[in-house]
Ligand binder design. Sequence first.
Ligand code: HEC
Length: 116
Amino acid sequence: MTRSAMMFAVAALMTASPALAADGAKTFQLQCKTCHAAKSTAMGPSLTGVAGRKVASLPDFKYSAALTAKGGTWTDASLDTYLAAPLKFAPGGKMMISVTNPADRAAVAAYLKTLK
Ligand code: HEC
């Protein structure tokens, strides 16, 4: 890629991201909110600040042994792999839903970054 094409790609990524996050917000309302609230509940851990957080690290949620044993940090890559197939990422884990469409996963991951 030439330098100018690269600058363009970076600029496109940066401007696309609020729109992507807005799409992700819709997906989140429909597919995640029942279990993930601002504060952890019995249904699921809080996702506030999840991007960059250590996997299964909130003291106020009882994670599965499977996810706890995973270790590592939530990055774009690990979130994408997890959301595609949570039970493949952590066999024996407690999250039963997946996001099969890659574009929806990217959007929801962009939205998760706005939860601070
Ligand atoms: C039916 C309930 C349910 C739904 C719906 C759900 N989750 Fe979860 N989620 C969980 C549970 C339970 C865990 C903890 C899993 C474990 O301990 O193995 C979890 C864990 C997570 C984690 C890891 C959190 C951490 O602290 O390490 C992320 C990220 C996540 N969910 C994202 C999502 C997203 C994004 C959606 C919507 C596309 C979603 N979840 C929908 C129940 C749910």
